[in-house]
Design a protein around this ligand. Structure first.
Ligand code: FAD
Length: 403
């Protein structure tokens, strides 16, 4: 047979390919990726690779020989450009390719700053090439403006400080990572960055990026101007699903998939590209985090192989981590309206805390800033749908034991 074709050789795609072999699938497994380079892991792009403490090899996602050894045929530099579901044919830059099963794992691409165009010194961060180019601009004393105080922007800010760059973060919101952390924890994170010398221009948007041959400054909407040798734009990502528009699939918010990650007969999706119905929460969602991509890759691939009745739903609890300086931020779940802040902070570490949230008396999310031990337990309680009061009491006891 034609075997299984996977589009996208990153976290979701490679986990899917490996899951096929783990399930003893013996047919051909072909993985295509538009990128010429072997797939890199993305979390280090704003952390270890940007800091120069890991090499390019260390950020590689998988060893090419190990994949080949499992009969996984990875082809780089091949782009999927269209899909014909009726004839089970994928259209690619290297010609048409038939499949018995197809995994769509094309991820997301970074959003550009509207109206800013492209020119040297203006960066988004999604690939190794982006990272290494940005790194070259961040020598000691260079002025970096970070546009967008989300997790990628804040990680780059922290790493750039470690390289001696002068860093200013611009965001229209009041506090960094406000969407995930809430305003108070966001402010505590801001203090941590400020202590490390990061400047903030919050409550401000970017009006224009100045500089003709390369960036020179950023003008904000209050007409103030911030000098910039480099600008890192971290304002989110959009699903890379445009190539499927002609296939008759719904790609309005990412590749629309059902609870089993199916998009069409013999077609499944996984990772950042997927907008799926998560039965755990009774609604559709798209998650742009590493663990979700890995889990969905494995579930989607297995669901291609088994009988309809044996498929597993992707009832996943979202999770992500972020590392800034020596602080790890972890979040899991979906935030509810009953928010309980359990501070652990001392005068020297005011950012440390656990924040629980719940809905209808049940724990629905856990945020931990600088507290790893309690997070593991709290995450388990999340999966078990623990009553809110019980969860709070348990975490309080755990926190009493720390310090
Ligand atoms: P992607 O990694 O986006 O890969 C998609 C692949 O598909 C790419 O290789 C692309 O070249 C290929 N492709 C796209 N279109 C086509 C096409 N038409 N034909 C062929 N190939 C195509 N998550 C965390 O949980 N914690 C972190 O600390 C963290 N840090 C991050 C830091 C950075 C700088 C970035 C960018 C992301 C970070 N993430 C983090 C998010 C995490 O990396 C992503 O969720 C993950 O990479 C998603 O994997 P994916 O396989 O779905 O898609």
């Amino acid at each position: 047979g034609a075997g299984v074709v996977v589009v996208g050789a990153s976290v979701a795609g490679l986990h899917a390919a490996e899951a096929l072999r783990d399930a003893d699938y013996a047919g051909p497994v072909t993985v295509l990726d538009a990128d010429q380079e072997p797939s890199c892991d993305r979390p280090p792009l704003s952390k270890q690779l940007l800091a120069g403490v890991w090499t390019r090899e260390q950020t590689q996602l998988r060893d090419a020989d190990a994949l080949a050894g499992r009969g996984i045929d990875v082809r780089h530099g091949v782009r999927a450009v269209g899909l014909d579901i009726q004839s089970s044919t994928l259209d690619t830059s290297a010609g048409p390719l038939r499949y018995d099963g197809l995994v769509v794992a094309t991820g997301a691409t970074a959003r550009d700053l509207p109206g800013a165009g492209t020119r040297p010194g203006l960066y988004t961060l999604r690939t190794q090439a982006d990272c290494l180019a940005l790194r070259r601009d961040l020598e000691d004393g260079a002025a970096l403006v970070v546009v967008g105080a989300g997790f990628i922007g804040m990680e780059v800010a922290a790493t750039a400080r470690s390289l001696g760059a002068e860093v200013t973060v611009v965001d229209p919101l009041e506090a960094p990572m406000q969407g995930v952390l809430g305003r108070d924890a966001g402010r505590a994170l801001q203090r941590l960055h400020a202590e490390h010398g990061v400047g903030f221009r919050l409550g401000r948007g970017v009006r224009v990026v100045h500089g003709a041959s390369r960036v020179g400054a950023v003008e904000l909407d209050d007409e103030s101007v911030v000098r910039a040798d480099a600008v890192l734009v971290g304002i989110g990502a959009r699903p890379a699903a445009g190539w499927l528009a002609g296939a008759g699939l719904d790609v309005s918010a990412g590749l629309a998939c059902d609870r089993y990650l199916a998009a069409a007969p013999h077609v499944v999706g996984a990772g950042d590209v997927v907008d799926w119905f998560n039965p755990r929460y009774g609604r559709r969602m798209r998650v742009e985090h590493w663990t979700n991509a890995a889990q969905q890759g494995a579930i989607a691939a297995r669901n291609l192989l088994v009988a309809r009745v044996d498929r597993n739903p992707a009832d996943l609890v979202p999770y992500f981590w972020s590392d800034q300086y020596d602080v790890r931020i972890q979040f899991s779940g979906v935030a509810g309206s009953d928010v309980r802040v359990l501070p652990l902070g001392s005068a020297t570490r005011p950012e440390r805390r656990v924040v629980l949230s719940g809905q209808d008396g049940v724990l629905t999310s856990v945020l931990a800033v600088g507290v790893d031990q309690a997070f593991v337990r709290a995450r388990r309680m999340l999966r078990r749908r623990t009553p809110m009061d019980e969860a709070e009491a348990t975490v309080r006891t755990l926190l009493d034991g720390i310090e």
